[in-house]
Design a protein around this ligand. Structure first.
Ligand SMILES: Cc1cc2nc3c(=O)[nH]c(=O)nc-3n(C[C@H](O)[C@H](O)[C@H](O)COP(=O)(O)OP(=O)(O)OC[C@H]3O[C@@H](n4cnc5c(N)ncnc54)[C@H](O)[C@@H]3O)c2cc1C
Length: 266
């Protein structure tokens, strides 16, 4: 039996959540609980207070504004996968969201929880980085390039709450992942985004933190075709090696998935 060693608060406003976080340094936000509850069960997290923001309407929105798609932190993966705005403006993001976990996970897991958690095998970080997204919090805005700082770590300060993510709408974008057959997390996931000015390629699942594949970006900027990626070998040093796949295998997957992502746009 797990003792009730924390206080539970179901807040009605963002201001209420901010106040509770400020009052207790060991308090944690609870979004869909898809990571946090499991971490608490394994005693990897022991918050003093759980501040449940899952009912906050002000975080649950998806809207198109001036060349960008702005998604509230409380939007679930299922909301994003089925949103008419996302399907119209950024179908690659809808596809990404629809490929996360299973239906149970997708109906409660949130964009904000995923981004704040920065699991090295999560899908959204690749979309944020490739699209040059901006994370808005209750205090400031942070460019995706500076947001994901390492394995399970981000630029968020204590008590900071992700409120939304703004995704610039690209000319074309595509996401391809080789998924772990059990969890569906990415063993290698590649998001390719082409805008009028540049091509950006972001890789998740393969390394301790999402990263941009600069050599691929340069090659695709000159020639946007799968053939442009021929001969670009991904360096396995620094890639993850675990029971699921070796670093060499992940390096190979990155090349294959990147070509598939570009092929999907050709
Ligand atoms: C079986 C299973 C399969 C999965 N498969 C995939 C997959 O294929 N791909 C993938 O990308 N993910 C996958 N996930 C992860 C899942 O999609 C969730 O996005 C992720 O677990 C975050 O969950 P959550 O939104 O419920 O956040 P929670 O678990 O509630 O919170 C996670 C962390 O983020 C913090 N947090 C939550 N919201 C905010 C906020 N607005 N601002 C700041 N901090 C916040 C919490 O305090 C906590 O530390 C899987 C999860 C499970 C259980």
């Amino acid at each position: 039996m797990i003792p009730a060693a924390f206080r539970y608060h179901r807040v009605k406003t963002l201001a209420e959540a901010e106040k509770l976080l400020a009052a207790s340094p060991e308090a944690k936000l609870l979004a869909g609980g898809q990571t946090l509850i499991a971490a608490m069960k394994m005693r990897l997290a022991r918050p003093s207070d759980l501040v449940d923001i899952s009912g906050l309407k002000e975080l649950s929105f998806i809207r198109a504004t001036g060349g960008a798609l702005v998604v509230g932190a409380g939007a679930t993966h299922n909301d994003i996968a089925n949103s008419p705005e996302v399907l119209r403006l950024l179908p690659a993001l809808a596809e990404l969201a629809g490929g996360i976990g299973d239906p149970a996970v997708r109906h409660v897991g949130t964009l904000g929880g995923s981004v704040a958690n920065n699991d090295p095998t999560a899908d959204y970080p690749a979309a944020l980085l490739a699209l040059g997204a901006t994370v808005t919090t209750n205090r400031r805005t942070i460019a995706a390039d500076g947001f994901f700082t390492g394995m399970f770590s981000t630029a968020l300060a204590g008590g900071e709450i992700v409120t939304s993510v703004s995704f610039p709408v690209p000319e074309r974008a595509s996401y391809r992942k080789f998924r772990n057959p059990a969890s569906h997390y990415a063993m290698a996931g590649i998001f390719v985004a082409k805008t009028k000015v540049e091509v950006r390629v972001a890789v998740t699942g393969a390394a301790p933190c999402v990263f941009r594949a600069r050599e691929m970006e340069t090659a695709l900027s000159e020639n946007f075709s799968p053939a442009a990626l021929n001969g670009i070998d991904v360096d396995p040093s620094g890639l993850n090696s675990d029971i699921h796949a070796s670093a060499d295998y992940r390096a190979h997957l990155v090349s294959v998935m990147a070509k598939r992502a570009v092929e999907a746009l050709a």
